[in-house]
Design a protein around this ligand. Structure first.
Ligand code: IMP
Length: 180
């Protein structure tokens, strides 16, 4: 399929299944080398990263653990402003080698605001691995250990990413088509 329609919008193919899977294998190879003997704890950020996390985990040969969390933002008090909570983070991160798995870093805001909570638990090390990065859109500084694909600042769907709930099931990644 080279064009898909979701709700009112059309999307054209951007990254094929083969291209994505090749990259996922490369990322897993790098992690297998870096984390040998360290039993890393992978934290996959839901919903978008479920497919990426599942695929990369299949290629990991180092002893490792994984958990899935959801980052929810809500309005705090006037002084705290927006607050990010991690739903489902029940593992103790103290002295662990933590690897965050993200589908996409766009503005970087969500992760940026969540990181202090993570550091508070004093992991031994921590790294962010994202499949996609919109560097032109990133406004909040984040140190990314591995980026699968640097992509332009255009809306994408597929491979876990959605447009208003649809498109997560697509094996490829699609880019919003220009209006005609
Ligand atoms: P942030 O702007 O880096 O905080 O991105 C927050 C979240 O927005 C990501 O984890 C995605 O779930 C979602 N997101 C950002 N860009 C896209 C996109 O192009 N397609 C689908 N979801 C996106």
């Amino acid at each position: 399929m080279s064009i898909v329609t979701l709700h009112d919008k059309s999307f054209t193919i951007y990254l094929s299944e083969e291209t994505i899977q090749q990259k996922v294998r490369e990322l897993a190879d790098a992690l297998n080398r870096e984390y040998a003997g360290r039993r890393p704890l992978f934290i996959a950020i839901l919903n978008g990263s479920f497919m990426f996390a599942s695929d990369i985990f299949k290629h990991l040969t180092v002893e490792s653990e994984i958990c899935f969390i959801k980052l929810a933002s809500y309005r705090g008090t006037k002084s705290t402003g927006q607050v990010i909570t991690a739903i489902g983070l029940d593992q103790d991160l103290y002295d662990r080698d933590v690897v965050i798995l993200e589908d996409i870093v766009d503005t970087g805001k969500t992760l940026h605001e969540f990181l202090p909570q993570l550091h508070h638990q004093q992991p031994r090390s921590f790294a962010i691995v994202t499949l996609l990065h919109k560097s032109e859109a990133t406004k909040f500084p984040l140190s990314l250990a591995h980026v699968g694909f640097e992509i332009p600042d255009k809306f994408v769907v597929g491979y876990g990413l959605d447009y208003d709930g649809l498109g997560r099931n697509l094996k490829e990644i699609y880019q919003l088509a220009p209006d005609v």
